[in-house]
Design a protein around this ligand. Structure first.
Ligand code: G3D
Length: 181
């Protein structure tokens, strides 16, 4: 049933995308940059922000939900009907990478996210000395993920690097699924 609904929405060219990650990873800045808004005035997201983006003929409804530890338990309120999960990782935050890994692992076990594809945005790669795609793939043990289609894209919300590449993958992956179901 869910897959039929999903297919219907895909035909309408509408995708629901959930953007999550630890606080300070750069989620809101990514959304702002995609929307061509000023990225220098970002304040921490306490609730959630929904932005609709027209992207290559698709309507992307991006849900940016706050990532502070105290509000992570509310993430589950947003899982329903998610087509893609964008997991944002701060490439410079090696200290919290274990926390990041544990939160992602928990999400991937959520039944309601079972049909969602996973884009890992490795953000802040404009800063020297951060983790690269290979390192983050290894540390987050992404290759062990067999339940979701996934990809890692290193990006920068500040410069805009690879943000389109990531969204392209999300849209392409959703299109591929039209033929799968
Ligand atoms: P969040 O929504 O995940 O909590 P924010 O994160 O978008 O609020 O960003 C947190 C901080 O990281 C912000 O700095 C923001 O400017 C910075 N940031 C986000 N993306 C990038 C990036 O790609 N490169 C760099 N260098 N910084 C980035 P402040 O100083 O406002 O806390």
């Amino acid at each position: 049933m869910l897959s039929i609904l999903r297919k219907a929405r895909l035909k309408d060219k509408e995708l629901r995308i959930l953007m999550l990650g630890l606080d300070n990873a750069g989620k809101t800045t990514i959304v702002k940059k995609i929307m061509n808004e000023d990225v220098n005035t970002v304040s921490p997201t306490l609730g959630f922000i929904i932005k609709t983006i027209d992207f290559h003929g698709y309507k992307l409804n991006i849900w940016d939900v706050g990532g502070q530890k105290t509000i992570r338990s509310y993430w589950r309120n947003y899982f329903e009907k998610t087509d893609a999960l964008i997991w944002v990782v701060d490439a410079t935050d090696k200290l919290r990478i274990d926390d990041c890994k544990a939160e992602l692992k928990g999400l991937l076990q959520e039944e309601r996210l079972a049909g969602a594809s996973l884009l890992v945005f490795l953000n802040k790669t404009d800063v020297a000395g951060g983790m690269d795609e290979q390192e983050v793939t290894r540390v987050l043990e992404l290759e062990r993920i067999l339940t979701h289609r996934w990809v890692v894209v290193s990006c920068s919300a500040m410069t805009g690097k690879n943000l389109e590449t990531g969204l392209d993958w999300v849209v392409q992956d959703a299109r591929d699924r039209l033929f799968l179901y």
